[in-house]
Write a protein that binds this ligand. Sequence first.
Ligand code: SF4
Length: 412
Amino acid sequence: MLLTQLRGNGIDAVHESKTDDARVVVINTCGFVENAKQESIDTILRYVDAKDEGIVDKVYVTGCLSQRYKDDLEKEIPSVDAWFGTRDLSRLLKVFNANYRQELVGERILTNPAHYAYLKISEGCDRPCSFCAIPLMRGGHISRPMEELVLEAKNLAKQGTKELLLIAQDSTYYGLDLYKKRNMAELLLRLSDVAGIEWIRIHYAFPAGFPMDILDVMADRQNICKYLDIPLQHASSKMLQLMRRGTTREKTQELLETIRSKVPGIAIRTTMITGHPGESEQDFQELLDFVEHSRFDRLGVFTYSHEDATHSYSMKDDVPEDVKQERMDQLMEVQQNISLDLNRKKIGQTFKVMVDRKEGGNFIGRTESDSPEVDNEVIIATDEYLRAGEFVNVKITAASEFDLTGEAISVT
Ligand code: SF4
């Protein structure tokens, strides 16, 4: 959106420019967990050095890190010309003598290949999760109006987008503020009607208060992927309570059963956290057992990061780092076996695959069960030239833990 506004004001802005001839640099930062914060600070320091060497004239910093630590950072890194928060787009434009242009709302300049696009359906979060600093940076939940989202989806489809990835801090809360009810089902229906959109994928669905009606829409509509990214974070009821997730192990299990029975064949992706304060060996074993039995299609695991001003910051960070790490490794090992087993079952079957790119002599794509960057890929053997965004039927011939290999049968 920043790129759209800058270019709409006649400013030649480039995302992650590979050349060093830019005179002005805007760094969009993340402030979520320790690693991300460090990466953001390293990037700021790199450009501050470039400024000191006369390579660039101005360095501006925006995004979550800047929102969260502006006062400290201003003192620590005075060479930065200005700091902006997460809702400061208009103020940031002012330093370029540019104005926020309302008529550009709904237009996007994509920074990833045009055939898929992230569609942010809401901003901020009203949940009280103990470990999470996001509400401190992004503020409370604000849903974007459906009309605006449908307009954006139509504009994206005109640019060649075929897959929409719906994202938010908490996508299942969508509509509660604006329409006084959870309204994801209606949003899905309206997006599903947009011509040219062939896949719609839901990310970051919070488990408590899950809107069950989206499952009917998912089962009914062909262009809504049978895929759900639902971060569960833990399985022990004690830990879920400590983490303030508003659910229990039993309720989580029931929810997973309902999802799988209403949408047969659905791919479920989740994330877990190891080493939250208070996590005993017994809690971890419960989590391990849950992961073993739930057989998620995809799993991401993070070690707990002790973030200031969060609720759990008031607790003692009592699980040693090496234990957090070891627990994460154990979970990933269990998941690797599950993933290999699930992938091997696909050998001999044919899937509709979206081509993402050419790499070496191969084309790489994804099935409906895979989101870009985070999930499995399909390595496609073919003599044909395939274009990014094209769909092709692929018969799977081999499988490893995280990839499938197959032969292109026909372009769909
Ligand atoms: S729902 Fe997600 S973004 Fe919101 S507080 Fe919980 S973990 Fe953070």
